[in-house]
Design a protein around this ligand. Structure first.
Ligand code: NAD
Length: 437
């Protein structure tokens, strides 16, 4: 393919060198003339292992050239990749001035472009930027319309400096946020020789994925450091701990616990985290991230409660009160806390959970629920049908299979507050409120 790379920083230089290596004909553009001169001479403008030889070879093979003439470059190519910087503005906002300027240049060039062109934003931008900032500029400056006359994609870059060439050529996935199918179809062949799953989604999802990745990486570093600090205070080898931790790819380093939904609870997680924080305090180890976990968890319960209140009904039915399907453990169950809070506010609340048979709740489990809800057994409906007959607002608080069909069984006057995303597709429209989706 014939492509342009606008912006010769780390992302642009690595993209230009690697895409030429994959056989594409690349034109590199920058406002910095020294960088253009470097490329023309077969040198890399940035220091990155393996990149100099890629760029020298690409220039030698005639697959990479540099110019500052955007109109010329756009007119003779199919794709333009935007890799300019998006630094922090004072106060932390994202400074979009370089993205805006380069889009205006590309848009102006598109005015006279002879063939269909696709503009691909690779810079890191906040969700909504492609649709709300980039496309309006391209439309205005080109006098044409995105989607009809030219394509637009958001295609985040996940490379890490220092191993950027490897990351580019061996990505774990390629994410294409396409304005429409034609836009994605124009971009996908660029990567067809890479062995990685290609995920095609909306620009907004792709923009958010990039921030989700980086937020998670930051959280991981802070988490490991806080565990490390505590280990050091307790004379434990933190590296040995984390090596063993990382061996669990089912619960620790996998998709488990990463579906947005309701608060955590149960007989172990809160108790164990509390004990660990208490020990850290005793050892005088500060742990701002770990302490914030409880604040965040509490906030999620409040968010759920607020949605239930906002639904505006007095008769509430809660589906699922135990901590997990298949267990009747009610200790520190967030659904029990929601139930207790709503009762204290005067709501008429009932609950249903096929796992919870009052006569079978014994020991510490019974003590806990009786402390929270003295008349708890009278609040349990024996059948799902009875619960649905009672409720005006149905709260789905557990991912039990039998609740999946509830979304199809409601009366027109009933609404759902779904704390767990029991099912993705439904026909309820404004009668459905999801906790965080
Ligand atoms: N550096 C990384 O490791 C990395 C990784 C993934 C994503 N990103 C994101 O990619 C984007 C680029 O990052 P970077 O580190 O490569 O940036 P950078 O600041 O190193 O380079 C940006 C380049 O864009 C050029 N430029 C500015 N305006 C231009 C214009 N109108 N036309 C042509 N060139 C122009 C600048 O002269 C500069 O050479 C940022 O949004 C960044 O957040 C960076």
């Amino acid at each position: 393919m014939r492509i342009n790379v606008f912006g010769l920083g780390y992302v642009g230089c690595v993209s230009a060198g690697c895409l030429a290596r994959l056989g594409h004909a690349v034109t590199a553009l920058d406002i910095n003339r020294d960088k253009l001169a470097d490329i023309s001479a077969g040198r890399s403008p940035v220091q990155e292992p393996g990149l100099s030889s890629l760029i020298a070879a690409a220039v030698g093979d005639g697959l990479l050239q540099a110019t500052d003439d955007a109109a010329w470059a756009v007119a003779r190519s199919e794709l333009s990749l935007v890799c300019v910087g998006t630094p922090s503005a004072p106060g932390g906002a994202l400074d979009l001035q370089y993205v805006e300027r380069v889009c205006a240049q590309i848009g102006t060039a598109l005015r006279h472009a002879p063939a269909r062109h696709t503009v691909v934003l690779r810079s890191t931008v906040l969700p909504g930027t492609t649709e709300e900032a980039v496309i309006p500029i391209l439309n205005r400056t080109s006098g044409r319309r995105a989607g009809r006359d030219f394509g637009v994609c958001y295609n985040p870059e996940f490379l890490r400096e220092g191993v950027a060439v490897h990351d580019f050529l061996a990505p774990s996935r390629i994410v294409i946020g396409q304005l429409d199918t034609a836009s994605g179809d124009a971009l996908a062949p660029l990567y067809q020789s890479l062995h990685a799953p290609v995920i095609r989604t909306t620009p907004r999802v792709a923009e958010m994925v990039k921030y989700t990745d980086n937020a998670f990486h930051g959280v991981k570093v802070a988490f490991a450091n806080e565990i490390g600090n505590l280990c050091a205070a307790l004379a434990i080898d933190s590296h040995e701990v984390m090596e063993i931790f990382a061996l669990d790819t089912a619960l620790n380093l996998g998709p488990a616990y990463l579906q947005p939904g309701f608060a955590f609870g149960g007989s172990c997680l809160p108790k164990d985290l509390r004990a660990l924080l208490h020990r850290a305090c005793q050892a005088q180890v500060v742990h701002p991230l770990l302490s914030a976990v409880f604040t965040s968890n509490e906030q999620q319960k409040q968010r759920g409660l607020e949605m239930i209140r906002r639904a505006g009904h007095r008769r509430i039915g809660i589906l699922g009160v135990s901590n997990k399907n298949g267990t009747d453990d009610l200790r520190e169950s967030p659904a029990v806390e929601v139930l207790a809070q709503l009762l204290s506010e005067g709501y008429d609340v009932m609950a249903y959970d096929h796992n919870v048979l009052p006569a079978a709740i014994v020991g510490a489990n019974r003590e806990y629920v009786e402390r929270q809800l003295p008349r708890w057994s009278s609040l349990l409906c024996p059948t799902l049908e009875q619960l649905l007959a009672h409720a005006e607002t149905v709260v789905i608080a557990a991912r039990h299979d039998e609740f999946a069909d509830v979304l199809d069984q409601l009366r027109p006057d009933q609404v759902v507050v779904d704390l767990v995303r029991i099912r993705r597709a439904h026909q309820l429209g404004t009668r459905y409120a999801g906790l965080c989706w």
